[in-house]
Design a protein around this ligand. Structure first.
Ligand SMILES: [Zn+2]
Length: 137
């Protein structure tokens, strides 16, 4: 017997953005939680979540600093009005809204927070270099 699925699609909260989320709940209760979460914190697409972080012609470089630290609280993804405790060691950002991760990676590096002493800084810089006017091959 197949299990019923409850599909919800929510538009990005940024006016004019065509992106939509796709959420599948296994029960009506979970679907109700998804709608409640959407009301409390409307979904935003990848581009419109912290849009100042998107590299662009007028935003060519970004640097982020994370610090190895102990446990933290983070919003429960299905019930964002509730915080859940996460044990362990994480890379923590310097703002209250940044949610850390035990593992960070990008092109050419992997950093596991538990491999370093508390207070260790991980500083990551991304820089765009546009082609010159003459063009490069
Ligand atoms: Zn969007």
């Amino acid at each position: 017997m197949s299990r019923r699925e409850y599909v919800s699609r929510f538009p990005c909260a940024e006016p004019g953005c065509p992106e939509k989320s796709y959420t599948v709940a296994g029960t009506q209760r979970e679907r109700a939680d998804d709608y409640k979460a959407q009301r409390l914190r409307p979904w935003r697409c990848y581009r419109h979540t912290r849009p100042d972080e998107v590299l662009a012609a007028d935003n060519l470089e970004r640097t982020a600093t994370m610090t190895a630290g102990r446990s933290q609280y983070a919003p429960n993804w299905r019930r964002p009005d509730e915080m859940e405790y996460l044990s362990g060691q994480y890379w923590l950002g310097d703002s209250e809204t940044s949610v850390g991760s035990g593992i960070l990676h990008g092109p050419g590096f992997k950093a596991i927070a538990g491999d370093f002493p508390i207070g260790t800084k991980l500083i990551v810089t991304a820089r765009i270099e546009l082609p010159s006017e003459e063009g490069e091959s």
